[in-house]
Design a protein around this ligand. Structure first.
Ligand code: 3PG
Length: 373
């Protein structure tokens, strides 16, 4: 694997692909570990006298968390100085890149504003950056499962390497010992999670848990409208659900947290967390496990009262003797918020879907193009 040690960055324009994708509530960016960690490679490149152009995304077009990176630049500025320009491959971006001085960093606008980002072939994005930049650094392990333009740039920029976060994540992969694993799958991306369904025992939670429950035939009421509106609901074949445990109760918001058992559904309430019965049940499974992989939160961790399910599961994992891997930006943020000692987990990854795809045995296009096996 080529790293920051392998090139002379002095005076070079470096394109750095970071993953700044973070939790957004009502268009407001929440505090993010991914953004904090991104500063590590940026600062090293500054010391190496590079001119740094940062490319990143937030959300997916059409989703409520699909916002500008302006707030990200403000948060990133707490850890390292970056300028922000509301452009990606236009005249404004070109001018700002050309004006960069040694040791300066420039964050461009959300690359997913361009439809070409979703195209794996040569296009406007690949031709602009291969013309403007001399070295490509990928520090976005968590996006390496996407065959997207900003990830496949090493095809066009020959001098390419891993940033420090990607390097750390790839080195950790070899240490991951996931045999007879208990999978705890939450969050809001069921299309990733279903790759791990089959023969292993799975505890489902978060929006994914609700999707599994509905697929098992349970009616949830109002929450189903929410899942459909957000395009989160997907059909899962019954056979895939045979080893999947689903929640037994939920927390809703009726003047604060109120728990309702499964018999109380369908109803007109939206769901924000798993309830105490589910937590107790899942914790018993955690105590028996030899290896645990958890991806995605169990509930809405942007609100303290609905962080309870996620925190209690994380606590149980931290106190178990199992080899544990925790994956995803939201869960990394939840560990910080819960104040659980990070050392109590065997590996914390900033990556959700990419790590899951790797564990499911898939080759990640972003690693392949960097020559990493
Ligand atoms: C993530 O949060 O897992 C990465 O940023 C990738 O986001 P995506 O699932 O929208 O491609």
């Amino acid at each position: 694997m080529k790293t920051l040690n392998d090139f002379d960055f002095n005076g070079k324009i470096v394109l750095l692909r970071c993953d700044l994708n973070s939790d957004v509530q009502n268009k407001k960016l929440l505090k993010s570990e991914r953004i904090k960690e991104a500063a590590i490679t940026i600062n090293e490149l500054k010391k190496k006298k590079a001119k740094i152009v940062i490319l990143a995304h937030q959300g997916r077009p059409g989703d409520s968390d699909f916002i500008s990176l302006k707030q990200h630049s403000k948060q990133l500025n707490k850890y390292t100085k970056v300028k922000f320009v509301e452009d990606i491959i236009g005249k404004k971006a070109e001018k700002a890149i050309k004006e960069l001085k040694i040791g300066e960093a420039l964050l461009l606008e959300n690359v997913r504003n361009l439809k070409e980002e979703f195209n794996a072939e040569e296009n406007k994005i690949t031709s602009f950056f291969s013309k403007m930049c001399e070295i490509y650094v990928n520090d976005a392990f968590s996006v390496c499962h996407r065959a997207q333009a900003s990830i496949l740039l090493p095809k066009y920029i020959k001098k390419s390497c891993a940033g420090r976060i990607l390097e750390r994540e790839v080195n950790a992969l070899s240490k991951i010992k996931l045999k007879n694993t208990l999978y705890i799958l939450g969050g809001a991306k069921p299309e990733d999670n279903i790759k791990l369904l089959g023969n292993h025992k799975v505890l489902s939670c978060g929006l994914f848990g609700q999707v599994c429950l509905i697929n098992k035939g349970k009616k949830l009421g109002e929450q189903e409208n929410y899942l459909n509106k957000k395009k989160i609901f997907i059909k899962i074949p019954k056979i895939k659900l045979k080893n999947v445990k689903t929640p037994l109760d939920f927390a809703v918001n009726i003047n604060g947290r109120k728990e309702i058992s499964l018999e109380g559904f369908p109803n007109k309430n939206e769901i924000f967390d798993i309830g105490s019965i589910t937590q107790k049940n899942y914790i018993e499974e955690i105590k028996k496990a030899k290896a645990i992989y958890m991806k995605g939160p169990a509930g809405d961790c942007s609100k303290k009262e609905f962080s309870k399910g996620t925190f209690s599961i994380l606590n149980a994992i931290a106190n178990s003797k199992a080899f544990s891997v925790i994956g995803g930006g939201h869960l990394s943020d939840a560990i910080v918020a819960s104040k659980i000692n990070k050392k109590k987990f065997s590996h914390i990854s900033l990556s959700g879907g990419a790590l899951l795809n790797y564990i499911a045995g898939e080759k990640l296009p972003g690693l392949k193009v960097l020559g990493i096996k």
